[in-house]
Every structure is written in structure tokens, then in C-alpha cells.
Design a protein around this ligand. Structure first.
Ligand SMILES: NC(=O)c1ccc[n+]([C@@H]2O[C@H](COP(=O)([O-])OP(=O)(O)OC[C@H]3O[C@@H](n4cnc5c(N)ncnc54)[C@H](OP(=O)(O)O)[C@@H]3O)[C@@H](O)[C@H]2O)c1
Length: 217
């Protein structure tokens, strides 16, 4: 893959900050996005102390996506549609990676569009492909760069974009599986509700998924 630049919209949060640490590698540029540029810059200062390699910067979500070829959406579902709408017009030529799980408190639900991924794609139309990934990963494990990671189901309708996202997933140390088209996204998103339940039931922060019986490589 050529020089990679990844904007993380909502990158000040649990998942986004953890992902930034995993993405850090020579030649990779990470741009932490926030609704508040100052908050993004503060998050970057904290992350810099832990980042092993790669460049990192922080700015507003809108400015962050300008410089990136991959845009990760890592905000709570409540802000998802508005955020994607706000970014529309600036995503042409980029690949959007949607990590968002529609949850009411901790209970998953299926939004009107069919899934968060399909909601984002409806908003963006042909402007950029939206690929779903990382829904079932533990942000705690993601942020501990030496921890083993669970498997990642990657879904979406654009095969080329999906392949590129799977390469990123492999790069951060997880095994990526093609989880099918966007029509499958509600299942993958909803599975996170089960993982949250398991974490609560068994007092863990590391619940994730493991696929068996198929070999992706
Ligand atoms: N945490 C996990 O383990 C995990 C795992 C898989 C998937 N996910 C999914 O990843 C997404 C982010 O999860 P998270 O735990 O990182 O969430 P979070 O820490 O609660 O929020 C992430 C960031 O989103 C921004 N934000 C909060 N409310 C917003 C709103 N209404 N509109 C726009 N931006 C808002 C905030 O950044 P600013 O205030 O800086 O703008 C916040 O730091 C969620 O959709 C979640 O379902 C999380």
C-alpha cells in the first residue's frame, strides 16, 4: 500500500485513540479528529507518549479528513448520521471505514437504513465507499499494542475498498475476514451487543470474536 494517511473522526475517544496506537508505523500519518481542535491536540499529546512510530496530528473532524485517504468514523451512533452529513462533500476519492454500532445504552438495534454502514452509504451516495470494520474488537486490547487481537469481519459492497481495509486490519495485527456485503452489516454491528453482554457477565474488557473452520490466507 502507498503512503497511508488515516483520519479518525472521533479519534479522541476509546476506539479511535486505541486504533491510532495500532496504526502507528513508519510512513503512516494519523490525524485525530474532534469536534474541538484543542481537544484533538490534547489527545495527540497523550498519544505521542505511547506511539511507537508514524506521524500524528490533531484537528477538527472536518480538517482531519481533508488530508487523509482513509477516514475512520468512530463516534457514538447518536452522532453518526449528522457527522457523516457534515463530512459529505469532502470524502471524494477516500475510503470510509465505519466502526459504529447502533446501541440504545448497551442494547443494539437496527436503524431505518438497515445498519450504520448503510446509513452512511445512503448519506454519501457515490461520493465514497463505506466499509464496516472493527465493530467486534475490544478497544482495550486495541490500545495495548502487544495484546493479541480477535478477528475482524469486514463488510461492504465495494470489493476494492474492502480489500484495502482488510489490508489495514492485517497491518494492525488482527485477522481480517470478508464478512460479505453491506446487507450483512446489521449482524456484525449487532454482535457487539452480545460481546458487551459477555464482558459484563464474565467481568472482562477483552470480549471479541474468533472465526474457526475457514482459512483466510
Ligand atoms: N469502545 C469500543 O470498544 C468499541 C468497539 C467497537 C466499536 N465501537 C464503536 O466505535 C464508536 C466509538 O466508540 P467509543 O467507545 O470510542 O466512543 P466514545 O469514546 O464515547 O466517543 C468517541 C468520540 O466521539 C465524539 N463524540 C461523542 N459524541 C458525539 C456526537 N454526538 N457527535 C459527534 N461526535 C461525538 C467524541 O469526540 P469529540 O468530543 O472530541 O468530538 C468522543 O471522544 C461507537 O460507535 C462504538 O459503537 C467501540
Amino acid at each position: 500500500m502507498d503512503q497511508m494517511s488515516v483520519a479518525i473522526v472521533g479519534g479522541t475517544g476509546n476506539l479511535g485513540s486505541a486504533l491510532a496506537l495500532r496504526l502507528g508505523a513508519p510512513g503512516v500519518k494519523i490525524i485525530i479528529g474532534s469536534r474541538d481542535a484543542e481537544k484533538a491536540r490534547n489527545a495527540v499529546e497523550t498519544l505521542k507518549a505511547k506511539l511507537r512510530a508514524g506521524e500524528i496530528a490533531g484537528t477538527t473532524n472536518k480538517d482531519a479528513v481533508k488530508e487523509a485517504n482513509f477516514v475512520v468514523i468512530a463516534v457514538p451512533y447518536e452522532g453518526h448520521a449528522q457527522m457523516v452529513s457534515d463530512l459529505k462533500g469532502q470524502l471524494s476519492g477516500k475510503i470510509v471505514i465505519d466502526t459504529v454500532v447502533p446501541l440504545k445504552k448497551i442494547t443494539p438495534f437496527v436503524p431505518t437504513a438497515g445498519s450504520a454502514l448503510q446509513e452512511a452509504q445512503q448519506i454519501l451516495g457515490d461520493e465514497a465507499p463505506v466499509i464496516g470494520a472493527l465493530h467486534n474488537i475490544s478497544a482495550v486490547d486495541l490500545g495495548d499494542v502487544d495484546s493479541p487481537l480477535g478477528d475482524v469481519l469486514v463488510c461492504g459492497d465495494n470489493a476494492d475498498a474492502k480489500q484495502k481495509v482488510m489490508e489495514i486490519i492485517e497491518r494492525i495485527g488482527a485477522t481480517a475476514y470478508d464478512g460479505g456485503p453491506s446487507a450483512q452489516a446489521y449482524v456484525i454491528e449487532g454482535l457487539t451487543g452480545v460481546i458487551i453482554h459477555l464482558n459484563r457477565k464474565y467481568k472482562s474488557k477483552h470480549g471479541s470474536i474468533k472465526i474457526t473452520g475457514v482459512a483466510p490466507h
